[in-house]
Design a protein around this ligand. Structure first.
Ligand code: 13P
Length: 256
């Protein structure tokens, strides 16, 4: 598949501002050999502006880990898509399973967040979906993926040059230290692609969507995720906090 791949770091709430700045500096120094936005980093809200300053002049893309669905107003504690863009972000993670679990984000909220991001020119949503262990164990994965895609994306209009990233993150693999088997991820991605084909048509999915995998990717298992037809990149948590390990992961996926 000729689609350009992408490797995205989700730093979660694991770094202080000072640590985020240090890691951004390290990433800028080490990731000198990649094209524009092949590698994206998503710091916490507080660190975004400083990290944006640090990565100026590099090809590293910047993303946020969450967004609110309204544009402006009395919504204490929230940040809108256009504010994120102003701070330097092009990418926004939406509906991460940790937010679904700890912040009670539901389908309606995720759908509204997606619409808000798509309303801002040149912003790219990264919509997270994935089954939990109970759903996997009882063979309900495909249904869950179908349902989550329908709930997030139904009624969305995809403009010609709009990019949308769907991140398949099986909840039981996140932070577990063990990624799922690459062949299983490839199969789940195929289900996702077929579902999207049904919703938007094959051409739109081919041109506008990327489907990436996340869940315990590290330097030892990444090699298995390279060269699979249905995997357009990775969303990396823990392993992205070590710049050398993250560079190894990015090289394995993005370099021939
Ligand atoms: P880990 O790579 O730490 O399992 O996290 C994956 C993830 O949730 C990325 O969004």
């Amino acid at each position: 598949m000729s689609k350009n791949k992408i490797v995205i770091a989700n730093w979660k709430m694991k770094l202080t501002l000072a640590e985020s700045k240090k890691l951004a500096q390290d990433v800028k120094e080490k990731f000198t050999n990649f094209s524009e936005d092949e590698v994206v980093i998503c710091p916490n809200f507080l660190s975004i502006c400083e990290v944006n300053n640090i990565i100026q002049g590099s090809t590293i893309g910047l993303g946020a880990q969450d967004v609110f669905w309204e544009e402006l107003g009395a919504y204490s504690g929230e940040v809108s898509a256009s504010m994120l863009k102003e701070a330097g972000c092009k990418y926004v993670i939406i509906g991460h399973s940790e937010r679904r679990k700890f912040l009670m984000e539901n389908y309606e909220m995720i759908h509204k967040e997606l619409k808000a991001v798509l309303a801002v020119e040149n912003m790219v949503p990264i919509v997270c979906i994935g089954e939990n262990w109970d759903e996997r164990k009882t063979d309900r994965r495909d249904y869950v993926l179908f349902e989550q895609l329908q709930q997030a994306l139904t009624g969305i209009e995809v403009k010609d040059n709009q990019e949308i990233i769907v991140a398949y993150e099986p909840i039981w693999a996140i932070g577990s230290g063990t990624a799922i088997e690459p062949a299983e991820a490839d199969y789940a991605h195929k289900i996702i692609r077929l579902t999207l084909n049904d919703m938007f048509g094959e051409d739109v999915v081919e041109n506008n969507f990327k489907i990436i995998y996340g869940g315990s990717i590290n330097k030892d298992n990444v090699v298995g995720f390279n060269g699979l037809d249905n995997i357009d990149g990775l969303l990396v948590g823990g392993a992205s906090l070590n710049p050398d390990e993250f560079l190894h992961v990015a090289n394995k996926i993005l370099k021939k």
